[in-house]
Each structure stands twice: as structure tokens, then as C-alpha cells.
Ligand binder design. Structure first.
Ligand code: HEM
Ligand code: CA
Ligand code: CA
Length: 323
């Protein structure tokens, strides 16, 4: 359904336009690429890649932005707005917000030292969001490996290669103390830290994230090359330096089929890049709206046609509907 040529005649420069906005954003925010690929992931896992995550709260939309995995965590929305505005100036009403997220994800990887690939395009934008599904479908940092596997299978990805390759996106970006603090002092009510966490890293993380401290303090997901898209994430797992429990489990769960995949990606960056591209394309193909389904939003934050509902007070709304 999706095609690399979807905008060839209607918006041939769309990728360059998005890349330019991204490069500009990078100048003041080295983390922005990581934040943007995460938006694409959190979009695709909830009713497919339909830009549902970009919709703001209204009287009829329960924004996914306030689902637990996104709230005070998902970021980059202003840069997506800038991309959309730039694309609209060149090709009004043509390019979906879902495709902008897809292109931004790929360009973010390429600009950070990772592989570039050909994006498949032609997604359209949803007219709904689903906060409940965002809470149910998105994996959490304290999930067991079995739970992580379930979440990937549940959306139609496989629970070994896709899971391990896509987790490799934690080669860049940041996480807040609250997402890994369970590992530091009293892991699973044992009174001890997570035994699969390197003791040197444990001491550093305890300093950064003391018990009762500020849970929103940030640290690097990849302790070796924090801003480079490379395969060091997998090397970190081999030396017990995965930041999140969900990262370290891929390597440290006894008997898991994911351990061998971590070892391959750690020893062979080309193999990681190749698998990552395949899995990103598979993720980008999850339940896209195509043809005349959905719409091309003119503003990524709201559905077309009733753009001022959320700015109206409820009494004004009542007045209008009574006419
Ligand atoms: C396998 C299950 C996964 C879990 C449990 C997970 C969980 C998390 C958590 C807890 C954070 C930190 C959020 C915060 O502290 O605000 C994070 C950040 C991030 N995740 Fe994941 N994630 C997973 C898979 C993925 C996938 C598949 C991708 C992309 C393909 C991805 C890309 C990222 C990136 C790039 C960041 C850093 C974002 C930033 O710096 O703004 N993650 N993830
Ligand atoms: Ca979605
Ligand atoms: Ca890295």
C-alpha cells in the first residue's frame, strides 16, 4: 500500500524540508532526534502509525500525550509543528503528520550516525486518539521480558529480532530517574539492588537518583556513546550496563532467545543496522490509514473541521449548539 514514490509529484522535496528543520533543531537540542523516533514508536504501537499521538486534548479527544508512558516524557511536538508548517508552505494539504513522524524518525537516525533508508509513504492521519490503548500497548521499563515480548507480538511485530533491534534505539537519548530507580535500592522487594546492574554504574546512578530525590533528573540511555547511533548499546548489555530493566533483560534473562541476538549486534554493527532498518520499516507499516481513510490534518495537534472546540468554554459550546 505504502510507496517510496507517494509524494514524487505532489511534494518531491518533503524529505529535504523535514531534514532542514531537524538539522536546525539539532543545533540547540542534541537529544531531539531520539525524542522524535520515540514519538514514531509510541504512535505506531497505538492503532498503527496514524499520528494519533500528536492530537491534543479536546472535549472529544482523550489525548495520548497524557497516557502514563507519554506524560511528562514524550517530547519534540514543537519540532513536529515546525516540520508540518514548513511542509505546508511548500505543499499545502498533501503530506500527513504520520508520514512526517516516519521521515523524521529515519532522518534522526541518519543524522546521528546510523543508517539511512528509503521511507515508505502514504499514511493518513487519524481522527481519533486512544489513551486507554496507549496505556495498555506501550511497553514499560519494569516489564518482564515475557511482557515485553507480549507487547511486541500484540501489535504484529516479532518478539525476538524486532524487539532486540528496535530496543537498540536506546543507543541515544535520555531517561528519567523514575524509569530505573526501582533497580537501585530495593529491587523486587529484595532489599537489594538489581543483581544484573554493574556495581560501578549502580553507585553512579544512586548518586544521581537518591531515594526520595527528584524522579525527573535525566541520564543517558547509552552510557558509552550517548548521542551516537551505533551498536554500543548492545556492548553495554554484555557488561551489565543497560540503564533500564527492560534493556538488561534482553541479555540477562536466563535461557532467553534474545541473548544471542544481543551478542550478534554487539559484535557486528552492520548486522544491527541491517536488522534495525528492516524492523523500523515493519513498525512503520503497522495498520496505516490509506486511500480515503482518515485525513491529511492541516495542524498535527487537531483533527480538521472543528479546530476551535477546545478553545471554547463549555457554556459557549452549549450556546452554539442551541442555535
Ligand atoms: C522494548 C520496550 C521499550 C521500553 C520498555 C522503552 C522504555 C523507555 C523509557 C522508560 C524511556 C525513558 C523515558 C523518560 O524517562 O522520559 C525511553 C526512552 C527512549 N526510547 Fe524507549 N522503550 C522501548 C522501546 C523503544 C523503541 C522500540 C524505540 C524506537 C524504535 C525507543 C526509543 C527510545 C528513545 C530514542 C528514547 C530517548 C528519548 C528522548 O531522549 O527523548 N524505545 N524508552
Ligand atoms: Ca497511532
Ligand atoms: Ca550510542
Amino acid at each position: 500500500q505504502l510507496s517510496p514514490f507517494f509524494y514524487s509529484s505532489t511534494c518531491p522535496n518533503v524529505t529535504n524540508i523535514i531534514r532542514e528543520v531537524l538539522q536546525n533543531a539539532f543545533l540547540s537540542d542534541i537529544r531531539i532526534g531520539a525524542s522524535l523516533i520515540r514519538l514514531h514508536f509510541h504512535d505506531c504501537f497505538v492503532n498503527g502509525c496514524d499520528a494519533s499521538i500528536l492530537l491534543d486534548n479536546t472535549t472529544t479527544i482523550d489525548s495520548e500525550k497524557f497516557a502514563a508512558p507519554n506524560n511528562n516524557s514524550a517530547r519534540g511536538f514543537e519540532v513536529v509543528d515546525d516540520m508540518k508548517a514548513a511542509v505546508e508552505r511548500a505543499c499545502p494539504g498533501v503530506v500527513s503528520c504520520a508520514d512526517i513522524l516516519t521521515i523524521a524518525a529515519e532522518e534522526s537516525v541518519a543524522l546521528s550516525g546510523g543508517p539511512a533508508w528509503t521511507n515508505l509513504l502514504g499514511r493518513r492521519d487519524s481522527r481519533t486518539a486512544n489513551r486507554t490503548l496507549a496505556n495498555e500497548n506501550l511497553p514499560g521499563p519494569n516489564n518482564s521480558l515475557e511482557r515485553l515480548k507480549d507487547r511486541f507480538r500484540n501489535v504484529g511485530l516479532n518478539d525476538n529480532f524486532d524487539l532486540v533491534a528496535l530496543s537498540g534505539a536506546h543507543t541515544f537519548g535520555r531517561a528519567q530517574c523514575r524509569t530505573f530507580s526501582d533497580r537501585l535500592f530495593n529491587f523486587n522487594n529484595t532489599g537489594n539492588p538489581d543483581p544484573t546492574l554493574n556495581t560501578t554504574l549502580l553507585q553512579q546512578l544512586r548518586q544521581l537518583c537518591p531515594q526520595g530525590g527528584n524522579g525527573s533528573v535525566l541520564t543517558n540511555l547509552d552510557v558509552t556513546t550517548p548521542d551516537l547511533f551505533d551498536n554500543k548499546y548492545f556492548f553495554n548489555l554484555q557488561i551489565s550496563k543497560g540503564l533500564l530493566q527492560s534493556d538488561q533483560e534482553l541479555f540477562s534473562t536466563p535461557g532467553a532467545d534474545t541473548t544471542a541476538i544481543v551478542n550478534v549486534f554487539s559484535s557486528n554493527q552492520a548486522a544491527f543496522f541491517k536488522s534495525f532498518v528492516i524492523s523500523m520499516i515493519r513498525m512503520g507499516n503497522l495498520k496505516p490509514l490509506t486511500g480515503n481513510q482518515g485525513e491529511i490534518r492541516s495542524n498535527c495537534r487537531r483533527v480538521n473541521g472543528n479546530s476551535n472546540i477546545e478553545t471554547r468554554s463549555s457554556s459557549e459550546g452549549d450556546l452554539i449548539s442551541s442555535f
